[in-house]
Design a protein around this ligand. Structure first.
Ligand SMILES: Cc1cc2nc3c(=O)[nH]c(=O)nc-3n(C[C@H](O)[C@H](O)[C@H](O)COP(=O)(O)O)c2cc1C
Length: 378
């Protein structure tokens, strides 16, 4: 990975190594992709103040996330199907995060199960929950996360209705999954990927298969899953979740001040300002555009996390400057995983950490706590 110097390099390598359908699944967004683009473009608009002749020899990135020490203000976001980007992808990503001293969040829609990851790593990880219609299954999923000693529950609240991603449909990432000659040829041209995925423990949703009757074959499993997203989900359900999950709770997918104020009443410790990486409501504002008003409204009551468009340490610095306490990354590490498994995820984290340290130095700050809007040229 010597010639990989930025996240875009990992993206290009991911594109070469992984079949098109899975690369596009990670890379693309919903409908016109306006919100996907806005996430990155609005971050790039934010300019820094260059400061000189400040002693920046004591720079370090360490911080706390929800009261726990962390090596830097970065979290690996929940990303579905990691095990299809690289065999046992969730385990590799979790190991890379833990080695770097930051949290990893397992998606409900992961390939490895909660138990697979718990058995393969030695520290707690976070679990992300999608609430489905089968509440008995959801209760058992939360109980499995408790048994696996997951240290936070990330409840995703922006996917009760699913935004359409045109490219996934065109690539046959549909219900049921479609096979075509071009897809098979594409797979055949990526033998290292095929071998890695075949060596992996599983090739379908590990948290669901074997836990719900009638989901044994891939078609039935994907039909069950697609029919299970619960459009009736509402604020009252939070009480039910809190009655089962006693630990730290994070609400992910908040983009509106009124919703943030409601979230602050639920007893959740944190919220993630997020538009699901531009994969849901196309035409919604970028995450960075709404971050300051949400910080103003509830930043004294809850820990504010941020995601959407982060591809560099400079982007992390921008979000911290506008009031986020930490940032999640999704695609940035998914590219790393597709490019090179655990080493690729480690590389993505390392690239962002080095960029953040450099940016802090050039803006004249030594610690994460010092970063505020003073570092911005506004
Ligand atoms: C391929 C992919 C799959 C995702 N799957 C999930 C998921 O299962 N659960 C969830 O809460 N968010 C999911 N997300 C959203 C991420 O957690 C995160 O909000 C988003 O990736 C942040 O934007 P970024 O990719 O620009 O960093 C997914 C994102 C991507 C790119």
């Amino acid at each position: 990975m010597k010639h990989i110097t930025c996240i875009e390099d990992l993206r290009q390598l991911h594109k070469r190594r992984v079949p098109r359908a899975f690369f596009d699944y990670a890379d693309r967004g919903s409908y016109t992709e306006d919100t996907l683009r806005a996430n990155s473009e609005d971050l790039q608009q934010i300019k820094f103040r260059q400061r000189i002749l400040v002693d920046v020899s004591r720079r370090h990135l360490s911080t706390t996330i929800l009261g726990e020490p962390a090596a830097m203000p970065l979290i690996l976001a929940p990303v579905g199907l990691l095990g299809m980007q690289h065999g046992d992808g969730e385990i590799h990503a979790c190991r890379a995060a833990q080695a770097a001293g930051i949290p990893f969040t397992q998606s409900t829609m992961s390939i490895c199960s909660i138990e697979d990851i718990a058995a393969a790593v030695d520290k707690p990880f976070w679990f992300q929950l999608y609430v489905m219609k089968d509440r008995g299954f959801i209760k058992s999923l939360i109980e499995r996360a408790i048994a696996a000693k997951c240290s936070a529950l990330v409840l995703t609240v922006d996917l009760q209705v699913i935004g359409q991603r045109h490219q996934d449909i065109k690539n046959g990432m549909a219900v049921p999954p479609e096979w075509s000659l071009s897809k098979l040829l594409d797979f055949a041209s990526k033998p290292a990927w095929v071998a890695g995925v075949l060596r992996g423990k599983r090739r379908s949703f590990g948290n669901i298969v074997g836990h719900v009757k009638g989901t044994e074959d891939l078609t039935k499993l994907s039909e069950w899953t697609a029919s299970q997203f619960d459009t009736s989900l509402n604020w009252k359900d939070l009480d039910w979740i809190r009655s089962i999950w006693p630990g730290k709770l994070i609400l992910k997918g908040i983009l509106d001040v009124e919703d943030a104020e409601e979230a602050a009443k639920t007893g959740a410790q944190a919220l993630v300002v997020s538009n699901h990486g531009g994969r849901q409501l196309d035409g919604a504002p970028s995450s960075i555009e709404v971050l300051p008003e949400i910080v103003d409204a509830v930043g004294s009551k809850m820990e504010i996390m941020f995601d959407g468009g982060i591809r560099s340490g400079q982007d992390v610095m921008r979000a911290l400057a506008l009031g986020a306490k930490s940032c999640m990354i999704g695609r940035a590490y998914a590219y790393g995983l597709g490019a090179g498994g655990q080493a690729g995820v480690a590389k993505a984290i390392d690239i962002i950490a080095k960029e953040l340290t450099t940016t802090m130095g050039l803006c004249g700050v030594n610690t994460i706590a010092e970063i505020d809007d003073n570092v911005l040229a506004i």
